[in-house]
Design a protein around this ligand. Structure first.
Ligand code: GUN
Length: 282
């Protein structure tokens, strides 16, 4: 089975659109997401455009602020401070990565934890690891939703996550653990990676290398979630971290690239924006 993140996210966004349509009557306005894009990295431009489109579909107000990559860290922090104080703003997202002269950690920490729709603020990360209520990071949240929608039982399963980033690897491992999977986090320095990945009943791949996972690394019947968005060096087309054509016949469930995890990430961003809005209504 191929899980279409595109279809699932379209259904969820239609539900959110209905919910958001009721907000002006109840609260006098709709949720407002502000996205900050620094520079003009083509992948980041494309992600930010996707976020604006999804906002339109769900009825969420979207303001995208573009700044040149010459912006100083102080200027960016000042902009974030203004948005924190602006009562008409419910969610703030700074598209990553940032230029090298800007400290990402300082920028993330500057965003009000109550408007942190990415769930990247240290207080939200701490809350996640302590099982306290918090905004969940979008990609991990989307992955769990896809697994559940596909009817994949997570409890008691052996899950292997390849990748240990703050954005995907670490938080998805924690969410799988919270669903009672037995979780292994593997990475670029893991010895004999294929022997680890072959044990996976659920394999989540977020390593950022085109077609890194080959058929010999996956067991028959495994559930394979591909978080990668890469250019295939041979064809120039978008491809995941998983060799889809080779693994699809072996996997019981697999996500495509594009049209898999990506749309679910954006869908969860919309959900998080609504969540922050509702929490701010008290
Ligand atoms: N860059 C790649 N993924 C993400 C994400 O989920 N949020 C932000 N802010 N930047 C990203």
């Amino acid at each position: 089975m191929i899980i279409s993140g595109k279809e699932l996210s379209a259904r969820l966004k239609a539900e959110m659109a209905e919910q958001v349509a009721s907000f002006p009557g109840k609260y006098g306005r709709v949720p407002h997401l502000v996205v900050i894009l620094v520079g003009d990295d083509p992948a980041s431009v494309s992600y930010v455009t996707g976020k604006a489109k999804a906002s339109e579909v769900t009825g969420i107000r979207n303001t995208t602020i573009r700044k040149p990559d010459t912006i100083s860290e102080a200027e960016l922090l000042d902009l974030i401070r203004q948005l924190n104080e602006d009562d008409t703003v419910d969610g703030i997202l700074v598209q990553l990565p940032l230029p090298a002269h800007i400290c990402e950690a300082r920028v993330i920490e500057a965003i009000s934890k109550d408007k942190d729709v990415d769930g990247f603020h240290p207080l939200n990360v701490a809350a996640l690891w302590q099982k306290q209520p918090c905004v969940l990071p979008c990609t991990p949240k989307g992955i769990i939703k896809m697994l559940k929608a596909a009817g994949v039982g997570i409890a008691g399963k052996r899950a292997v996550v390849i990748g240990r980033s703050n954005i995907v690897g670490l938080p998805v491992a924690k969410l799988l653990l919270d669903e009672n999977a037995t979780v292994t986090i593997a990475h670029s320095r893991t010895a004999d990676l294929p022997s680890i990945t072959r044990q996976a009943e659920i394999l989540v791949v977020a390593i950022g290398r085109p077609k890194f996972v080959t058929a010999d690394m996956v067991s028959e019947g495994a559930v394979v979630i591909d978080v990668g968005v890469n250019r295939d060096p041979e064809t120039g087309k978008l491809c995941g971290d998983v060799d889809f054509a080779a693994i699809e016949p072996k996997a019981s469930v697999i996500t495509p690239v594009p049209g898999g995890v990506g749309p679910m990430t954006i869908c969860c961003l919309m959900e998080n924006t609504i969540e922050c809005f509702l929490r701010r209504q008290g």
